[in-house]
Design a binder for this molecule. Sequence first.
Ligand SMILES: Nc1ncnc2c1ncn2[C@@H]1O[C@H](COP(=O)(O)OP(=O)(O)OP(=O)(O)O)[C@@H](O)[C@H]1O
Ligand SMILES: [Mg+2]
Length: 347
Amino acid sequence: MPRENAPRSASSRPPSSTVWRDLACVVVVTAIVAALCVSFDVSELAYRWTRRAERFQLDELPATLLMLALGLAWFAWRRWRELQRELVRRHALEKEAERLLDDNRRLVVQANDAQERERRHLARELHDELGQYLNAISLDGARIRDLSAQRDAETHRLALNVVSSATHVYRQIGTMIRRLRPTGLDELGLATAIEHCVDGWRERLPDATFSLAIEGDFGGLSDRLNITLYRLVQEGLTNVSKFARASRVEIYLVRAPRDAVDGRDEPEMREETRDAGGVDEIVVTMADDGPGVDLAAPRAGLGLIGMRERVEALGGEFRIASEPGNGFMFCARVPAHAGLAEPVAVN
Ligand SMILES: Nc1ncnc2c1ncn2[C@@H]1O[C@H](COP(=O)(O)OP(=O)(O)OP(=O)(O)O)[C@@H](O)[C@H]1O
Ligand SMILES: [Mg+2]
């Protein structure tokens, strides 16, 4: 925003009570000094003293000091004006930064929506196109295998290979489809989808121990929030598989009134969120006792950044905690009504 058009904000001016108080101080101090001057005849004393030092021009001192006082007052006034202008400029910059942050959040939401739409589309295509053809190849291979069983050993062996390769690829594609579009998220709900996801990791990581606790009712959440919570758990578990394979992992998914979760519940916020469908908050926490990481060291990956962006785009908070040798933990809290106002297009 150009400086000239910057609004003059009330917060950048000193409150009027302070101005009046300061002015009253100046008047009172001046009156006291005047009274003291009168009772001690200060002017006469100064005149007598400076007259004796006239050859040093000290008798000009009062006028010089008066000029200095006026000059300092002018100097202070100029600095105060500059400060006011600087405050207004900063206020305008803060507003601009807030606006940009808001735009950024909206862009993240849109990018995530587009990504999820694209993933759904890919999952559907993989399932409907590739899946069907692979199934057909597998069935044809099985037929050739059966027909060649007693006749041609080489054809039989090749048919067995075809069936096993087709089955392998079919399974891989199934895994890809489930990663692209979580099993049951739409039909069975968030809690079941997360249980399913954790079960998958239990099988894949036999050295790790997983405990999952889900508390509260997760019905009525927006599609955006559902997929965000699911993706948090998914990325958290992928990280466990990469950096803490043999650890004990605890996952909590809780829906509770905001003040019950941490005792914070500002009255205005309570009003706003109640109108928007409740003051509940969803909290996802995942902690492992693996090797941890030094959070002060630079990190290259994008997973944690994506998690933070997703959560903050929905008006939530995302925190991580870790120390080398002391495990890793993340905690995300998002208002339960997040994303309800703007329904997401699913196709
Ligand atoms: N559970 C964990 N235990 C120990 N370190 C972790 C854990 N999760 C994340 N980290 C550390 O945090 C870093 C950043 O994680 P992040 O998920 O952002 O990136 P990544 O997994 O390395 O790559 P990407 O997710 O982009 O494929 C990791 O490189 C790792 O050092
Ligand atoms: Mg990662």
